[in-house]
Design a binder for this molecule. Sequence first.
Ligand SMILES: Nc1ncnc2c1ncn2[C@@H]1O[C@H](COP(=O)(O)OP(=O)(O)O)[C@@H](O)[C@H]1O
Ligand SMILES: [Mg+2]
Length: 379
Amino acid sequence: MLDCFIGLMSGTSLDGADGVLVDFSGRQMRILATASEPFSASFRAELLALNAPSSNELHRAALAGNALAAVYAQVVAGLIRQAGALGVTARQVRAIGAHGQTVRHQPGRTSAEPAGVGYTLQLNAPALLAELTGIDVVADFRSRDVAAGGQGAPLVPAFHQGVFGRAGEAVAVLNLGGISNLSLLPGAGSQLPVRGFDCGPGNALMDAWCLQHTGQPFDAGGAWAKSGRLIPALLASLLDEPYFSLPLPKSTGRDLFSLAWLAEKLRPFAGERAEDIQNTLTELTVRACAAGLGSHGKESTELIVCGGGALNIYLLQRLQTALPGLRLSTSEAHGMAPLQVEAAAFAWLARQMLDRQPGNLPGVTGAAGLRVLGALYPA
Ligand SMILES: Nc1ncnc2c1ncn2[C@@H]1O[C@H](COP(=O)(O)OP(=O)(O)O)[C@@H](O)[C@H]1O
Ligand SMILES: [Mg+2]
């Protein structure tokens, strides 16, 4: 019998929603259908605006959550249509794991708050999604880990271990979303635990600069960055950010690596060419990831790249230059398209929730222990 779940991911890149329909009944997860829906330019702008304080946010956040659920429902409809060709119907889908849209991420233990912990906030409308699809929805995966004193992120390393982990060989998985995160997977049988953390900016700053100067939402293949030259003084200033040398556990978001952060860093470089700045922002992502791997994942023999940044050929070339001696591949070479990996992880997390199994790794997030993640909205 099939054990079908849908995973929906919309990350900090704000590019849109990616979905997969997977079957967990076999020894290896099987992807039955994939679908994506881009966000409209105006919705993307509204979500970006909601990442920073502004007027009437509660009302606008609620409406944005509803609009997101409508996009999610379109992705689900596309998945169900495709799965129909395989004889799979919506009734066979046990649940949808819907990540939601992170607009604030300020997790972790803090003595400054009465409850002793911070928070992470994903806009979503899981009740509406259950209504629109007729399928059970699991949402709000991160807040239980935060309640237990964790970062609430990254949540994907356990899934990465199941899909990409090897016997006898340590590999690292780099997800290049708006923010970049690394999963460090020791070889099976190793004494080392699985670890993971956010490296820093992934595509978010490159996308913003590209949109502002070319009108394109991202730098396809990194061609524009490639046409520019590195500005060493700017790179040094960008890398002079305490986050990069913080100990683990750590996670970050647009709260820190915001457009305001970038604007401040760029102020002394006002006369520089836009393509040189793009080149330098690309190098920032490369260096942040290489430094993260150098500090915490030296034992890795291969780096598997996923997320939309895996389609940035120039960035991958720069990564290989920064990490000589490391085998570099994309998740595609291991059977999963770069934009499907995180969505599949949320299908897996939904299954963990329904089975009342933990979804977090306390060694990754810093939570006090294993926790069942997410809340169920029955159809
Ligand atoms: N062909 C491409 N060339 C370069 N970058 C790309 C390409 N396709 C997608 N991307 C990048 O990937 C991003 C989307 O990646 P994704 O994994 O969905 O991130 P997130 O999880 O943050 O939404 C886009 O915003 C863009 O920066
Ligand atoms: Mg995305």
